[in-house]
Design a binder for this molecule. Structure first.
Ligand SMILES: *[C@@H]1O[C@H](CO)[C@@H](O)[C@H](O)[C@H]1NC(C)=O
Ligand SMILES: *[C@@H]1O[C@H](CO)[C@@H](O)[C@H](O)[C@H]1NC(C)=O
Ligand SMILES: *[C@@H]1O[C@H](CO)[C@@H](O)[C@H](O)[C@H]1NC(C)=O
Ligand SMILES: *[C@@H]1O[C@H](CO)[C@@H](O)[C@H](O)[C@H]1NC(C)=O
Ligand SMILES: *[C@@H]1O[C@H](CO)[C@@H](O)[C@H](O)[C@H]1NC(C)=O
Length: 216
């Protein structure tokens, strides 16, 4: 009798805990899944590349509710008009993307293994500079669009020269400022000395004048 009641109590408490725990888990999932699909181009959303080099335009996705027929594409913002560079579909989480590429110098290098939908741009030209947008859309969540922008800056080979010029300019400016400070300090010291010696001279003169005035 006694043991029966106890077991019921423990069972009730236990089921209460389970309900509680599952509520917490659901709440956590709701909070966590506020952004079901996320698209990211990484912590540094830009890169500087030399003309003629090959550059990686990174993009990854993540989804806590899972993906199904995830649509993605890359667009280049060609002075306001969006130019589609490639598009693809990822049927399930474990299948590799099916990709179409519309640009002769672009290669898709992503993989479903690491949620990677990055592309490579070969033989970068100065005209390639600008904003590259990685779009993704998960039909599981009402076809909401998600995107991230990666900016490419194309620089000439001798980027180091720019730094050297900056360093030269900076050191010249610092040198000039330093020189001005040194000159001002010297001037102040000289003025102080002049003032001191002038006071001393004046003091001697007044002494001598009083001395000469005394006998009169
Ligand atoms: C990069 O551009 C500069 C200036 O236009 C040019 O002299 C150089 O050959 C280019 N480098 C490559 C690798 O295309
Ligand atoms: C971009 O578009 C603006 C206005 O449409 C135009 O004035 C400008 O020359 C264009 N720039 C390039 C690089 O095509
Ligand atoms: C990049 O340039 C090199 C040398 O100019 C050329 O052999 C290669 O085919 C180019 N690659 C692409 C993808 O255009
Ligand atoms: C995506 O894949 C490319 C090519 O394999 C790789 O260079 C890059 O580091 C990957 N990015 C991430 C975030 O895994
Ligand atoms: C959402 O994605 C679709 C398909 O890629 C595209 O046609 C549409 O313009 C996008 N909408 C916005 C607001 O970017």
């Amino acid at each position: 009798m006694e043991s029966k009641r106890r077991s019921c109590v423990s069972r009730c408490v236990h089921s209460g805990d389970t309900v509680h725990a599952s509520a917490v888990v659901t709440l956590m999932l709701v909070v966590w899944c506020a952004q079901a699909l996320e698209v990211s181009v990484g912590k540094v959303p830009f890169v500087e590349a030399m003309n003629g080099s090959t550059v990686l335009l990174p993009c990854t996705y993540s989804s806590c509710i899972g993906i199904k027929n995830l649509n993605f594409n890359w667009h280049y913002n060609n002075n306001g008009s969006m130019m589609k560079l490639c598009q693809g579909v990822i049927p399930t989480e474990v299948s590799e993307p099916r990709v179409q590429v519309f640009h002769e110098r672009i290669e898709f290098v992503g993989s479903s293994k690491n949620n990677n939908i990055s592309i490579l741009l070969f033989n970068v030209t100065f005209e390639d500079e600008g904003e590259y947008t990685c779009f993704a859309k998960n039909p599981k969540e009402k076809d909401r669009n998600h995107s991230a922008i990666f900016t490419l800056y194309v620089v000439e080979e001798l980027k180091v020269v720019d730094n050297t010029v900056t360093v030269i300019i900076l050191s010249v400016v610092c040198g000039v400022i330093g020189l001005v400070i040194v000159v001002m300090v010297i001037k102040a010291v000289v003025l102080l000395f002049l003032k001191k010696s002038a006071e001393k001279n004046a003091g001697i003169r007044t002494d001598s004048s009083t001395a000469t005035a005394a006998p009169l």
